[in-house]
Design a protein around this ligand. Structure first.
Ligand code: Z5A
Length: 213
């Protein structure tokens, strides 16, 4: 059969460079003549995305952690059919955050990990996950926060722990790749990312896998 595009996800802790790297990757793929689209989650332009944007920006807008979690997942389901169609047309899709962020942040707030994973079950599973990481100590320096630093660092540590659960999962083993960005320039991280993507450029005849299904 004909080849579909690959679903490539860049995940990671806050301010590790996900947006910088997904933007660069899409530009590089396009400049080499590949059809490619960038999808950033949360996508704040959709009906549910607009609610998420209000939740993230307006502290007066209160939502339970559970309700917020379900909105982030619903935001991915809003775009799932479009992503699938795009891949099937032979176009690559590069994702900036996805299900792993959704589960890691909510579980770090104290929600049950499996409960968090269940609304995302069945979403298109990435063919490649590139997880950008660095020590929470260095991350803290990049974020430039003052008095709240300790709390933020503690939460980031919890988020990191939850992300690490995926790295250990059998179903993720073949797709999960860690890139340590500590002390590396944007170009150096870009080279590491390209090294992982380079082997996938012909697309694939594999069906799109479903997350945790
Ligand atoms: N969230 C959730 O709870 N559930 C979900 O399901 C999803 C998300 C999808 C907003 O996400 C919040 O939503 C987020 C998770 C939660 N909560 N927090 N915090 P978002 O993706 O919209 O967040 P963001 O603020 O746009 O992304 P980010 O993580 O803060 O940044 P980034 O994309 O990883 O990094 P960047 O913008 O590319 O770079 C950050 C800065 O570092 C920037 O000034 C760069 O120029 C600089 N940078 C980048 N690379 C380097 C290197 N190599 N060296 C030095 N400096 C660098």
């Amino acid at each position: 059969g004909s080849h579909r595009g690959q679903l490539i996800l860049v995940e990671g802790l806050d301010r590790c460079g996900k947006t910088t790297q997904t933007t660069r990757l899409v530009e590089k793929l396009a400049s080499q003549g590949h059809k490619v689209e960038l999808v950033k989650f949360p996508d704040r332009s959709t009906p549910i995305g607009k609610l998420i944007n209000t939740y993230l920006c307006d502290k007066a807008f209160q939502l339970s952690d559970e309700a917020a979690h379900l909105l982030f997942s619903a935001n991915r389901w809003e775009l799932a059919a479009t992503i699938t169609e795009t891949l099937n047309q032979g176009t690559f899709v590069v994702l900036d955050r996805y299900v792993y962020s959704g589960i890691a942040y909510s579980a770090a707030k104290g929600l049950d990990f499996d409960w968090c994973a269940s609304p995302d079950k069945g979403l298109p599973q990435p063919d490649l996950v590139i997880f950008l990481t660095m020590s929470t100590e260095k991350l803290n320096q990049r974020s430039g926060f003052g008095g709240e630093r300790y709390e933020i660092s503690e939460f980031q540590g919890l988020v990191k722990e939850k992300f690490d659960k995926f790295a250990a999962m059998e179903s993720m083993r073949s797709i999960w790749n860690v890139v340590n960005v500590e002390g590396k320039s944007i170009e150096q991280v870009g080279n590491d990312v390209w090294g992982l993507v380079e082997g996938l450029l012909q697309g694939t005849s594999q069906p799109i896998h479903k997350f945790l299904a």
